[in-house]
Design a protein around this ligand. Sequence first.
Ligand code: HEC
Ligand code: HEC
Length: 358
Amino acid sequence: MLLYLLQRPKPEQVRGERWLVTPDAIRRTREIATPLGNLPEQIDHTDFRQTETGRIPFRSQWSRADYRVTYTVTSEEKTVEATRKNIKVLQGMPESQIFPAMNVLAQGIGVHCDYCHVRRDNKWIWDSEEKPAKHVGREMIRMMLELNRTKFKGDVALTCYSCHRGSTSVARVVPLPPRDPTKVPPPDPLPSAAELLQRLATATGDASKPLRMMGRLESASRTGSITIEVKPPQDVQLSFNGETKKADGALLDRARAIYAPDKVRVTAAALKVVRADRIGDREVWVANAGTTSYFFDKHSGLLLRRLETPEESMLGPLQEQADFDDYRDAGGVRMPFVITTSDGAPYTTAVRRFSEIR
Ligand code: HEC
Ligand code: HEC
C-alpha cells in the first residue's frame, strides 16, 4: 500500500508538485492534468513510527478533489492469512477488517453469513468449506480482485454491490418500455459550497445554545433511555440508562458530528459539491470534505445525512452513516428528533428518538 502511494506518476501527468515536510508529517500536493481540467491531489503521511526498516508513516491519507481515501498502513497488524485457517484469496487483508468486510460482502448480495458459512451447535465454523455457496463466493471475490487490479488500476472500483445491488440474482435485461434519454431534463446546476453552508446556518438557527436532548436508543444489541447534553462550542455529555460520561477524544468528535446543532464544521473551501441525489423521496445535494460526505436537503437546506469512510478494504469501503430526520424547532434551533446511525453490520444500526430537546 505504501509503495503504491509513493509511486510517482509520469512527469507529463504532473503539473506542479509541492512537498511540505515537518518532523511528524509529510504533505505532498500536486495537480494531475485530465481532459476535464487539472485535478488537485494531496497525500498526507502522518503517525510516523520507528520500525526495522526505518521511520515510516502508519497513516497515509490520499485525497483528490472528487474523493478521499484513508489508507491506514498496518505493518504491525497481522493479516488474515496469518490469523485465519482457510484464506485463499483475501491475503493481505488486516485481521481487524475481516468481519466488517464480510458484512459489506453479505449486504452486497443481500444474504446472511449462513448463506456461505456453517453454524453448528450455535457456533460458527468460519473456515469450513461445506457450503457450495462459499466456493461460488470465493470465485466471485477472485474475479472482482482480478478486474480491479487489471482493469481499474488497483482501485476498488468494482464491489459485489456493483453487479448484485443487494440481491443474489444479477439483472441482465433493461426494463421495457425504454426511457427516452433525450427527454430527460438536464440536471440543475450545482450550488456552491458557500451557498449550502449559508443555507444550512440560516435553517439551523442559533447553534450556540446549550441543549439537553432526552429520548430512547434502540438497536439489536442494546436499548435504553438516553440524555445528551450539548454545550457549544465543545462539550458533549452522554448518558445511557442513567450512566453518564463526558465525551472526549474520538468519541467527542463523533458525538459532536451526530448531536451538535452545527454538524458541518468545515469551511466552504474544504467542501466540494459533487452531485444531486435522493434520500427516500427527498432531494439532496451531496458535498464531500475529506472522507466525509454531507447530504443537504435541497428544499429546507438542513443536513439529512453524514456518511463517513474511515477505511477502505479489499471488498469495498467500510462506511459509517448518520441519518437525521424529523427536524423540529427546539427553542430557536432546528434539531433532528430522530437520529439513526449504521455501518455494514445489521445489528449495529441504532435509532435514537428524542421526546424532548430544550
Ligand atoms: C457469498 C459467500 C459468503 C458470505 C455471504 C460470507 N462469507 Fe465469509 N468467507 C467467504 C469466503 C469465500 C471466505 C474465504 C476467503 C478466502 O479464501 O480468502 C470467507 C472467509 C471468512 C472468514 C475467515 C474464515 C477462515 O478462518 O479462514 C470469516 C471469519 C468470515 N468469512 C466471516 C463472515 C461473516 C461474519 C459473514 C456474514 C456477515 C460472512 N463471512 C459472509 C464467503 C462468504
Ligand atoms: C462483474 C459483476 C459481478 C460482480 C462484481 C460480482 N458478481 Fe456475483 N454474480 C455475477 C453474475 C453475472 C452471476 C450469475 C448470475 C446467474 O447465473 O444468474 C453471479 C452469481 C453469484 C452468486 C450465485 C447466486 C445464485 O443464486 O446462485 C453468488 C453467491 C455471488 N455471485 C456472489 C458474489 C459476491 C460475494 C461478490 C463480491 C465478492 C460478487 N458476486 C461479485 C456477477 C457479479
